[in-house]
Design a protein around this ligand. Structure first.
Ligand SMILES: Nc1ncnc2c1ncn2[C@@H]1O[C@H](COP(=O)(O)OP(=O)(O)O)[C@@H](O)[C@H]1O
Ligand SMILES: [Mg+2]
Length: 331
């Protein structure tokens, strides 16, 4: 059963520079499904459209971002919702509070620097829980239980954000994002600003929550090691499109798209002392995308056809989708 169904989504930024209109084709025809209860990863170099995709599918759409085409359907147990058809902004916000939540990269956008941490929790609960007979004590008991379950000390509640380490602040941000037990969690580079050791703790924390609350999680990061550790399935994005998608083990063991292969090749391997060639070139500007396959200018295997035609994302074996003409030929 799919929890999120994304169909032919196009989300562009429209900007004006020196009197000319530019369209940034950040998400350009993307279709995928996220299953209930899974962790779905989205990877790709910086600038490939990962954050924009996350914004678009979670209904966080404001100018200059526009949805040009497509559908995003959520299938909750008790209702299906077409998020893009909801009236801006009130209805979306209502869904967002309880059903959906975001884990951002930094904590500073959600933790108020001049208020103690517990106030941020209280504000969130006040904003979204409309239960009768709510008391401050009950609310704080709920927070305490949640922190206990996450292995966080109650003491941090009395601190101001700046008194905590970056890692602790990120844990608190995650606790805050999950206290209302959202059905769907969207995480955008939640570990990127942290040291490697701290990252591991944060990944463990996310796993723990997911196991307890059985939420569906969409995880965006450029860091493939995090995906390898956390995700069930992984999509690789390049220049506004998904170029490959599979079960995470399959994708790491048998990458089929030359871009995926390039990303994996650039990872360091233990015991390998050769100088690794980093991925040559950079992703194209999304204002002027190359014709044909967007990866062709960097692809070692590009043919004439790749320069002209756009490869579709097709299933080449069960649960493995690839957008590359090489794969079409091998079938
Ligand atoms: N507010 C914005 N206005 C115009 N272009 C933007 C804006 N935000 C992002 N972009 C552009 O959209 C493209 C995709 O960006 P983004 O989704 O942030 O990629 P990623 O998260 O993979 O690094 C980039 O070319 C970026 O410059
Ligand atoms: Mg991003």
């Amino acid at each position: 059963m799919s929890m999120i169904d994304v169909k032919e989504l196009k989300a562009y930024y429209t900007t004006e520079k020196y009197g000319r209109i530019y369209r940034v084709r950040a998400v350009d025809g993307v279709s995928f499904q996220v299953h209930k209860n899974e962790i779905y990863g989205i990877a790709g170099e910086s600038g490939c459209g990962k954050s924009t995709l996350l914004k678009a599918i979670s209904g966080l759409i404001k100018p200059p971002l526009e949805i040009l085409e497509g559908e995003v359907i959520y299938n909750f147990d008790d209702q299906s919702l077409n998020i893009l058809s909801l009236q801006e902004d009130k209805q979306r916000r209502k869904v967002r509070g309880i059903r959906l939540s975001h884990i951002p990269q930094g904590s500073m956008s959600v933790l108020n620097p001049v208020r103690r941490i517990r106030k941020s929790f209280q504000d969130l609960i006040d904003a979204h829980l409309k239960l009768e007979n709510r008391t401050h004590l009950n609310d704080m008991n709920m927070v305490k239980k949640h922190l206990d379950a996450l292995g966080l000390e109650w003491n941090v509640m009395h601190s101001f954000p700046h008194q905590l380490s970056g890692g602790m602040r990120q844990r608190i941000t995650i606790a805050l994002a999950t206290i209302l037990k959202p059905d769907i969690i969207f995480a955008d580079e939640p570990t990127t600003a942290l040291d490697v050791v701290v990252q591991r703790g944060v990944v463990q924390l996310i796993k723990k929550i997911k196991k307890e609350q059985q939420n569906t999680l969409i995880m965006v990061t450029h860091d493939l090691a995090i995906h390898a550790n956390l995700c069930d399935r992984l999509a690789i994005m390049y220049a506004g499109k998904i170029v490959e998608e599979a079960d995470v083990n399959l994708l790491f063991n048998q990458p089929k798209h030359p871009y995926t292969q390039m990303l994996l090749d650039s990872l360091p391997k233990l015991g390998d002392k050769s100088t690794r060639t980093s991925a040559p070139g950079t992703p194209p500007s999304l204002i002027n995308v190359p014709p044909g396959c967007r990866f062709h200018p960097r692809c070692p295997e590009a043919t004439e056809r790749c320069r002209r035609e756009i490869p579709e994302l097709v299933e080449v074996e069960k649960g493995h989708r690839v957008a590359c003409f090489l794969e079409e030929g091998s079938k």
